[in-house]
Design a binder for this molecule. Structure first.
Ligand SMILES: Nc1ncnc2c1ncn2[C@@H]1O[C@H](COP(=O)(O)OP(=O)(O)O)[C@@H](O)[C@H]1O
Ligand SMILES: Nc1ccn([C@@H]2O[C@H](COP(=O)(O)OP(=O)(O)O)[C@@H](O)[C@H]2O)c(=O)n1
Length: 221
């Protein structure tokens, strides 16, 4: 039997803390990290910048196929990547099959051959355990109640000097959850063999320690 690649797949809804956890886990293990949400955001941002219609599936697929590794590096470093309109755009284009296919190989290649000679890879997103790396030895599904997640996003926006309204942030979060969970292709669901970690009542350190226990038990030595 071939040994599974040392891959940690972390999926979950918006503001569940998967990005924070993925970074900590990658640092602790010395693994390379891929934030796959940034790829969908990059597609949306490139379309916003070129004035393309985000609801046109053919335009979205073409934008995803046109992205070079240099474009991805440039767009993922752009501060506009983190804005909420880019996130909402990412959620729309990510329902397009052609967009997902265009980004598939990039993600699989990263997992199979982590850059910088790293011994393994951590990928975080929505479909890592179900579609991108179905053979990953460690699959975590990180979640928290929608109210807790909206509160985190609200605090984040305020921390950036914005003046959001909590009901609007909550409504955006619910709309994005519904779009991500109900789409026909690669919907947001835990893989059958994922460990679900609900961190509604945990802080970042507790969530990290809980995740590391699962990882140590499942990652091949
Ligand atoms: N376990 C946690 N408990 C409390 N807050 C958290 C936790 N994990 C992350 N956060 C905070 O919640 C916000 C969203 O976290 P982030 O990792 O960006 O989520 P995601 O990648 O799932 O969108 C950030 O401000 C982060 O500091
Ligand atoms: N593997 C992934 C990652 C993100 N996405 C989409 O991209 C959007 C932005 O993802 P993100 O992870 O950057 O968003 P946050 O959870 O950080 O708010 C999500 O709402 C999903 O629709 C996806 O479809 N598949």
């Amino acid at each position: 039997m071939t040994r599974p690649l040392p891959i940690v797949a972390i999926d979950g809804p918006a503001a569940s803390g998967k990005g924070t956890l993925a970074r900590r886990v990658a640092d602790a293990l010395g693994f390379a990290l891929l934030d796959t949400g940034a790829l969908y955001r990059a597609v949306a941002l490139s379309m916003i910048r070129s004035g393309a219609d985000l609801d046109d599936p053919a335009a979205a697929a073409a934008a995803a196929r046109a992205l070079t590794a240099d474009d991805i590096a440039r767009l993922t470093a752009d501060p506009a990547l983190r804005q909420d309109d880019t996130a909402a755009g990412a959620s729309r284009v990510s329902a397009v099959t052609g967009v997902r296919l265009a980004l598939l190989e990039f993600q699989r290649a990263f997992a199979a051959c982590p850059p910088g000679g790293a011994a393994g890879a951590v990928l975080d997103g929505r479909d890592i355990g179900t579609v991108i790396c179905p053979d990953a030895p460690v699959k975590l599904f990180v979640t928290a109640s929608v109210e807790v997640r909206a509160r985190r996003r609200f605090d984040e926006l305020r921390g950036r000097g914005e003046t959001p309204s909590f009901p609007d942030v909550l409504a955006d979060m619910q709309a994005r959850d519904a779009r991500d969970s109900n789409r026909a292709i690669a919907p947001l669901v835990p893989a059958r063999d994922a460990v679900v970690l609900d961190n509604s009542d945990k802080d970042v350190r507790q969530s990290f320690e809980e995740a590391m226990q699962v990882i140590r038990a499942r990652l091949p030595a």
